[in-house]
Design a protein around this ligand. Structure first.
Ligand code: ZN
Ligand code: ZN
Length: 70
């Protein structure tokens, strides 16, 4: 597998990953974990505060805000 840019997130090197999406690059880390169809705004707000770029549950970009509101 080749990646053009290196992601600093530790989860890429781990054998067991408990999240589906990488919070730094949005790449799927563990496809066995079912993605959340919809996360509460609360959860996204918390992840944004912990400096995640992407939601680790649904893969949504957190920094750009949500384009389609509801
Ligand atoms: Zn990553
Ligand atoms: Zn989410």
């Amino acid at each position: 597998m080749m990646r053009s840019k290196r992601c600093p997130n530790d989860n890429h090197g781990r054998m067991v990953v408990r999240i589906r999406f990488c919070p730094s690059c949005g790449e799927v880390l563990n496809k066995d974990i079912v993605a959340s169809p919809k996360c509460p705004d609360d959860a996204h707000a918390r992840m944004r505060r912990s400096r995640s770029t992407y939601c680790m549950d649904c893969g949504a970009g957190l920094q750009q805000g949500s384009p389609a509101g509801r």
